[in-house]
Design a protein around this ligand. Structure first.
Ligand SMILES: Cc1cc2nc3c(=O)[nH]c(=O)nc-3n(C[C@H](O)[C@H](O)[C@H](O)COP(=O)(O)OP(=O)(O)OC[C@H]3O[C@@H](n4cnc5c(N)ncnc54)[C@H](O)[C@@H]3O)c2cc1C
Length: 443
């Protein structure tokens, strides 16, 4: 767990990273006498770190469960930017307003406190969360802070190369500036190879890179660019929705998208603009370098990362898969993209999943407070994921997954239904899904 010295350092680093360096360093100077940000809680206080898909859902549904629970949502960004539908936005199929939402409306409507600060420290033994503006004590803590990039497999400990890759070839898997930069790159691209890397292992939104390739191809075609998109994928084949994506690559964007399987990145030569992989070397004019991923910093800070058999960190949170409670701490819940696979199932890291898990976490926390928790396994999440594979006319494909828990086998079984035949009806359903889920979190 974080020490006082680490906390001081992280306040400095977090603040500088997030552009609030002056107040952060002032806070770091006063860390010895850091003050409480809020008056002591009158009853139960739930502090939620991260106002994304999971955190927003927990906040709203906790308040709906029990108005007496004080809910505090801490988020480093001032407004919400959606990764879902950001690929259609790259091709101007929707505008930025479709993706962006304010935190004021749900906080005011459901009566939770929104704090626009970075979380810079977590002390589980004191049940305390730190921001540069002071600390907040909790009864229950929810960590819903999403992913972080892990450039170490590409650049080792060289932080400067990682910084250059992020700056010049952003992964655009964490919303904000990187998406805007990627859109500018695509718009300005003139000709040649545009390379995309699909990360190895677990990563946010498994179909997102393939959908993104389609939307980039849409822009190139519209702009009459002589460009080719090369997807470097460590997997054997496209998944999920493989046949649907392959058909789009071969029929809608013929000759514009080259899919390279079994292409594990061995070396990224930023200066020479070459990516060396197990499937050969690929030169690029420009790129969307999506790096390997892990649970976001806050899970590491709270010392709640799962370990493998050799005791090495897996990179993902160590939670009970039925209740989302941290295995090491009954007062902490881990939800959304941060979580590990468990009981034989890997929940996809999707907004839909994060939203569904958030509702379950709200039930477990409210139930614990009321002294009547649901039975573990009685509430299961689900997933729906649309992918836009054609921009003109707009056409999409979809996967729906439900999950069943067997208590006797101690196993979760997914049941998937995929529609790989792209259609305009599914494109319409994509936007309906997005509107409904934004409404669920914000209105
Ligand atoms: C291109 C793309 C397309 C996608 N398309 C879809 C789709 O069509 N459907 C779908 O269901 N999913 C999709 N996803 C996946 C979806 O975006 C994620 O699974 C979802 O955002 C996960 O929710 P979360 O709450 O776990 O994390 P996030 O939504 O990332 O929320 C985490 C929040 O924590 C905040 N945070 C992190 N650290 C701190 C800190 N120190 N202090 C304070 N706040 C902090 C972050 O700013 C962020 O707001 C897509 C993703 C990408 C990249």
């Amino acid at each position: 767990m974080i020490s006082r010295r680490d906390l001081l350092l992280s306040i400095g680093a977090g603040g500088a990273l997030l552009g609030t360096s002056r107040s952060s360093f002032a806070a770091a100077e006063r860390v010895g006498k850091m003050e409480a940000m809020l008056p002591p809680a009158k009853g139960n206080r739930v502090v939620i770190c991260g106002g994304g898909w999971a955190g927003l859902t927990v906040a709203k549904y906790l308040r709906r469960e029990n108005q007496n629970i004080e809910v505090v949502l801490i988020e480093r960004n001032p407004s919400f930017f959606s990764c879902p539908i950001s690929n259609p936005w790259l091709a101007d199929l929707v505008n930025l307003e479709f993706l962006m939402h304010d935190y004021n409306q749900p906080a005011s409507k459901y009566g939770y406190r929104f704090i626009n600060q970075p979380v810079v420290g977590i002390e589980r033994d004191r049940k305390r969360v730190y921001t540069p503006q002071g600390y907040i004590d909790y009864t229950f803590l929810v960590i819903a802070s999403g992913i972080r990039y892990n450039y170490a497999p590409w650049f080792g400990e060289d932080k400067d190369l990682a910084r250059q890759a992020k700056l010049n070839y952003p992964g655009a898997m964490i919303p904000g500036s990187e998406h805007l930069a990627l859109k500018r790159k695509i718009k300005d691209f003139e000709e040649g190879e545009f390379v995309m890397t699909v990360p190895p292992g677990l990563y946010r939104c498994p179909p997102a890179p393939y959908e993104r390739a389609c939307m980039i191809a849409e822009v190139f075609r519209r702009n009459k660019v002589k460009g080719k998109i090369i997807i470097l994928d460590p997997k054997e084949d496209i998944a999920p929705k493989g046949p649907g994506f392959r058909a789009a690559f071969e029929q809608v964007y013929l000759g514009m998208i080259e899919y390279v399987p079994r292409a594990t990145v061995r070396e990224v030569d930023l200066a020479g603009k070459v990516i060396k992989t197990t499937a050969g070397d690929f030169k690029f004019k420009d790129a969307n370098l999506i790096p390997p991923q892990q649970a976001n910093d806050l899970v590491w800070m709270a010392d709640l990362i799962a370990k493998d058999k050799e005791g090495k960190p897996t990179g993902w949170a160590d939670q009970d898969p039925l209740t989302f409670q941290a295995k090491a701490d009954p007062n902490v819940f881990l939800v959304g993209d941060v979580i590990s696979p468990a009981l034989g199932v890997t929940y996809p890291k999707s907004g839909h999943q994060a939203n569904a898990q958030g509702k379950i976490v709200a039930k477990f926390i409210a139930g614990r407070i009321a002294g009547k928790e649901p039975k573990p396994g009685s509430l299961m999440p689900d997933n729906t994921c649309y992918s836009m594979v054609n921009g003109s006319p707009q056409e999409a494909i979809v996967i729906n997954v439900s999950y069943e828990y067997s208590e006797s086998e101690k196993k979760i079984t997914p049941k998937a239904r995929t529609i790989n035949d792209r259609s305009e009806a599914l494109a319409k359903a994509t936007y309906e899904w997005a509107r409904a889920i934004y409404r669920d979190m914000f209105i």
